[in-house]
Design a binder for this molecule. Structure first.
Ligand code: EAX
Length: 311
């Protein structure tokens, strides 16, 4: 960002994500850029760099945001626990029942406290956007019950709780930057990975994964984060506008993935994926129970109960 001659604030902001332009993150980001441009009378320009153009993994993007070389991040909260442990509470398996529950928690006081706390890590988190409920894919076999996943090499995010959850079901988790995943699946270095339908569809994982199981084992929030360095250079009135716009676009962006989910599953199936729709969630939850119980010790049972009990 830089100051214009007559003291009028102007900025060019780089926004980065890992997913293709067609994915909901970037459709949301384009909408955000358009509204910010309009509302700032073209003083603030946001350019969207999708598809890992500015870095292969979300940890890498987040490090650049801390340094201020990338201004804005939209991505999963999965790797943010490495920067700010508190946010990891959201990655507990089977914490959220459905989208309504998600919205009530993330848009309520619990969500706001988690966003505010990210400032300690040099992140000005404007709003929760959405990655989605994560599902397992693999190239070996149909996976319906947890035992079917035994022995599979599954890429996870760089997130200890996710790794522990896959270890608990007897799989072998391999943490890896998202930008390396397609190639590793193609070369059969990995058997599988897990992601929301919107990601699986936009990255065309059906080309390298035959089996999709709608496990929805964990809800994966996304966040829109501005580098604190960038943020502090922005005048208060523009900060307010950015914050309100991020919140407004959050509703639009979350809706995109939710509205497309059924259609994208049907398309993946039409492209040859075999889709396991009947998943016994109780069986998966109990297979991951040791991890869920451990999380209570780590984050405090009362904090988890507050999320579970948000009506
Ligand atoms: O944020 O790394 C992942 O699997 C994430 O779900 C993805 O990059 C979207």
């Amino acid at each position: 960002s830089d100051k214009a001659e007559k003291g009028e604030f102007k900025a060019r902001l780089k926004l980065a994500s890992l997913t293709p332009m067609s994915h909901t993150y970037n459709q949301g980001a384009l909408k955000f850029a358009e509204l910010v441009r309009e509302r700032s009378q073209e003083r603030i320009q946001v350019t969207v760099y999708p598809d890992g153009q500015l870095g292969k993994g979300e940890r890498e993007l987040l490090e650049a945001v801390q340094q201020g070389t990338i201004d804005v991040y939209v991505g999963s909260t999965g790797p943010i626990g490495g920067f700010n442990p508190g946010i990891g509470i959201l990655d507990i398996p089977f914490l959220f029942n459905d989208y309504g529950h998600v919205d009530r928690v993330l848009d309520g006081p619990i969500g706001q406290r988690l966003l505010d706390d990210l400032e300690k890590a040099q992140f000005k988190a404007l709003a929760f956007w959405e990655n989605g409920f994560r599902n397992l894919t693999n190239s070996r076999r149909a996976v319906r019950v947890p035992d079917d996943a035994r022995g599979l090499k599954i890429r996870t995010m760089e997130n200890k709780m996710h790794m522990a959850a896959w270890t608990a079901v007897g799989a072998n988790p391999v943490p890896m930057a998202f930008g390396e995943v397609y190639g590793a699946l193609q070369q059969k270095i990995l058997d599988g990975q897990e992601n929301p339908v919107a990601v699986i569809h936009s990255v065309k994982l059906n080309e390298v994964q035959q089996f999709l199981s709608l496990t929805q084992h964990v809800y994966s929030p996304a966040v829109l984060i501005v580098s604190l360095k960038t943020w502090q250079s922005i005048p208060e009135a523009d900060q307010k506008m950015l914050l309100n716009t991020a919140r407004e676009v959050a509703r639009y962006q979350r809706g995109l993935g939710r509205d497309m989910e059924e259609k994208q599953i049907a398309e993946l199936s039409g492209r040859g994926m075999s889709v396991e729709k009947t998943i016994d969630k109780a069986a998966w939850r109990s297979a991951m129970q040791s991890v869920i119980s451990q999380a209570a010790g780590q984050y405090g049972a009362e904090k988890i109960d507050a999320i579970l009990g948000t009506k």
